[in-house]
Ligand binder design. Structure first.
Ligand code: PEP
Ligand code: MN
Length: 351
């Protein structure tokens, strides 16, 4: 794959670049007011959803074609490059007709290869940067597949937007980051421009700043951040949007941190360690739940809590696995002894 940079350095100046704008273009006033304030705060790349793929019917589904005129005005009045999300060949045609500078494909669309192929076909022969959001499920092949479909249609200015993945057990984030997936994507496609979307990962405005910092630590090339002139009144994603002035404040801290950070590599590894630890604790909770169910079964069937043969079997299997993975067998044995004791204690409580 031979990719090109998505944006010209002369236009953008220093890395990292920031794309900002409201989740949705709602009215001409809201779009222009947001854009002007962002431009005053140094933003050069504007986003606004015109066609909104909403999970449930009855929500605001976007202003439609009319909003493209507002994006043109944003471009005329501020000089920013403007973009929107496309989900069908008709959207692509209109985005091209109205001279948008770049477009993105949303997470729900990336999940559907037929839709991506139709978009790719409609883009053939056009040179416009396309940013591909990750699919909603943590499936890297769907993501790379979408990027390949666009590349095969002749699009060379390609970027990926990491916006997190749907998970059944939502905790802190609206969409779980699983940072290892964009990291793996960058390994598979080293020339790809990587952009992080902290707004859709976090889902809450108070998480945006930390996620921006994490993304910078993980060496994303840019950020796409939802910003609205009056976030609390937004017609979509109100809880995660920030004002243009809040955005300016966050960016100033990112820059400051970048220049102060001496060793970014160690921070990047620590972020990955935190992700591993979070996943470990979640798995332990799941395992404990299963142990409790087994405990109830044993009680019901008058079985003793300790089943020595099963315990020996667990230890044997995990130590063999440890050996295969070049892990210290004693270390793994100690961990499983501790886990097993905790499970036994829970089961005894049920007796
Ligand atoms: C958006 O960017 O407003 C959007 C709908 O995002 P996603 O496709 O990531 O849900
Ligand atoms: Mn949104």
């Amino acid at each position: 794959m031979e990719l090109q940079p998505i944006f010209n350095k002369d236009i953008l100046g220093n890395q990292p670049f920031i794309i900002a704008g409201p989740c949705s273009a709602e009215t001409e006033r809201q779009t222009l007011d947001t854009a002007c304030r962002l431009a005053e705060n140094g933003i050069r790349l504007f986003r606004a959803g015109i066609w909104k793929p909403r999970t449930k019917p009855g929500c605001f589904e976007g202003i439609g074609t009319e909003g493209l005129k507002w994006l043109q005005k944003v471009k005329q009045q501020t000089g920013m490059l403007v973009s929107t999300e496309v989900a069908t060949p008709q959207h692509v045609r209109q985005a091209l007709d109205y001279g948008l500078d770049f477009i993105w494909i949303g997470a729900r669309t990336t999940s559907n290869p037929f839709a991506v192929q139709e978009i790719a076909d409609s883009l053939a022969g056009h040179d416009i940067p396309v940013l591909v959001k990750n699919p909603i499920s943590p499936d890297i092949a769907l993501w790379t597949g979408a990027i390949e479909r666009l590349y095969n249609a002749g699009i060379k200015r390609l970027g990926a937007i990491h916006r997190g993945f749907t998970s059944y057990n939502r905790h802190l984030y609206r969409n779980t980051p699983y940072w290892e997936i964009p990291i793996e994507l960058k390994m598979q496609m080293p020339q790809l421009t990587m952009i992080c979307d902290p707004s859709h990962i976090g889902g809450k405005r108070e998480l945006v700043a930390d996620l921006c910092i994490q993304a910078m630590e993980l060496r994303f090339n840019g950020l796409i951040i939802e910003s609205h002139i009056n976030p609390d009144e937004a017609w979509s994603d109100a809880g995660q949007q920030i004002t243009p002035d809040e955005l300016k404040y966050i960016i100033s801290h990112i820059t400051e941190k970048n220049s102060k950070t001496v060793d970014k590599d160690i921070n990047s590894l620590r972020t990955q360690i935190d992700e591993c630890d979070e996943a470990l604790v979640e798995l332990l909770a799941k395992r404990m739940q299963l142990a409790k169910e087994i405990g109830a079964f044993k009680k019901h069937n008058n079985m003793s809590v300790l089943q020595q043969d099963r315990y020996n079997e667990i230890l044997k299997k995990r130590m063999a696995q440890a050996e295969n993975l070049s892990l210290d067998k004693d270390f793994i044995k100690k961990i499983f002894q501790t886990i097993h004791t905790a499970s036994v204690n829970e089961q005894i409580k049920l007796k």
